[in-house]
Design a binder for this molecule. Structure first.
Ligand SMILES: [Fe+2]
Length: 361
């Protein structure tokens, strides 16, 4: 048996996490805050962060404007602004998009380089990052990964290495209390797929299994309340599963489901978690052939059958994407470029991936 496992991020979980652990947020003497257009304010997280920085007399600048699917070009501009301000640490507040953007800003603030250097993980320095989660889905607060839109190659591209893990993460479920049902469902499915794919991944280890099987067994109990929209009692659970999924994929990466979902987000504006739900039936069909034993173990932990999971997804996330057959060709080529055969054992052949997409229509 041989494996490695890393989670160098200090984690503070629970309602009031920032207030109770305020000094852990202070990673330097000047802060640049990166957050979404409204998520930082609406969740209450931004005011909690500002209160701590003011109490510690830390000068800071705030950028409130990261949209969905952040663009690498925007992160480069923000990095230059953070550098001009003299920031020596970054605070990311948000769901996946602002947190992923914050990681890129932390790189660009410390290195005046082009996106090619970022995506090749060839940069030399990175500012320390404090990550504050305001959704339960991405797990980005506990991973080194950052997924960004790069128009030059017409899709999403990711970077990440051991040094791009946030130094510290705060997970306060109260920031998610006001999230609407559709966002809660979409992000919850993202968290679920991180746990599920991390089990399936050929990079899974006993350490990631311990995390992910536990998370799947807890998620199985949340499927019914999520479907019924009964969210009051499950916000803390959802954030825990998001964290566990993040720890899983920090060590295994994602697999074919994420790779197939990205083009739906890039070309059809389908929210990330929902895009994963849309491709799940094709992913499961593929796993039946390539990873049958792991598939059965994951379903067993979840406590649902193959058929019940597909039916659940079709009820909660009705497929509504229109596409021409030639569009599928480009999607398949982009999926193949992500090399999902290395993690799912699928055939890395565009015609085969094309047939998986076609199954969905
Ligand atoms: Fe994801």
């Amino acid at each position: 048996m041989e494996f490695s496992f890393n989670i160098p991020t200090s984690i503070f979980f629970g309602r009031g996490a920032i207030q109770r652990n305020a000094s852990a947020l202070v990673l330097g003497s000047r802060a640049y805050i990166v957050t979404g257009k409204s998520s930082g304010r609406v969740s209450g997280a931004l005011s909690d962060v500002e209160r701590v920085l003011n109490t510690h007399s830390i000068p800071y600048e705030v950028f409130e404007g990261v949209g969905n699917n952040p663009e690498v070009e925007q992160c480069k501009e923000l990095g230059a602004k953070a550098r001009a301000f003299g920031a020596d640490f970054i605070v990311g507040i948000g769901g996946g998009s602002p947190l992923d953007a914050a990681k890129a800003v932390a790189v660009f603030a410390a290195n005046d380089v082009e996106p090619e250097v970022l995506f090749a993980n060839k940069y030399e320095h990175i500012l320390p990052i404090a990550a504050v989660a305001t959704t339960s889905g991405t797990g980005s607060e506990a991973t080194p990964w950052s997924v960004l839109t790069w128009h030059k190659i017409k899709t999403k591209m990711s970077f990440g290495a051991l040094n791009s893990f946030p130094r510290v993460a705060f997970l306060d479920p109260s920031y998610t209390d006001s999230l609407p049902l559709n966002v809660t469902r979409d992000t919850a499915f993202d968290a679920f797929t991180h746990c599920f794919e991390s089990v399936i991944s050929m990079k899974a280890s006993p350490m990631t299994d311990a995390v992910n099987f536990y998370a799947l067994s807890r998620f199985g109990k949340l499927m019914e309340p999520l479907e019924k929209g009964e969210l009051d009692g499950i916000r803390d659970e959802l954030m825990l599963i998001s964290l566990l999924g993040g720890i899983g994929i920090a060590n295994t990466g994602t697999t074919l489901m994420h790779a197939m979902g990205y083009p739906l987000t890039y070309f059809k504006n389908v929210p990330h978690g929902r895009a994963n739900a849309f491709v799940l039936p094709a992913y499961l069909a593929e796993l039946k052939n390539n990873r049958p034993q792991r598939l059965n173990e994951a379903l067993h932990a979840l406590g649902v059958s193959y058929e019940a999971l597909v039916a659940y997804v079709k009820r909660c996330y009705p497929f509504d994407v229109q596409a021409q057959k030639d569009e599928l060709t480009l999607w398949a080529e982009q999926t193949v470029a992500k090399n999902p055969h290395k993690t799912t054992g699928t055939s890395n052949d565009a015609a085969h991936i094309w047939s998986l997409y076609e199954m969905l229509f």
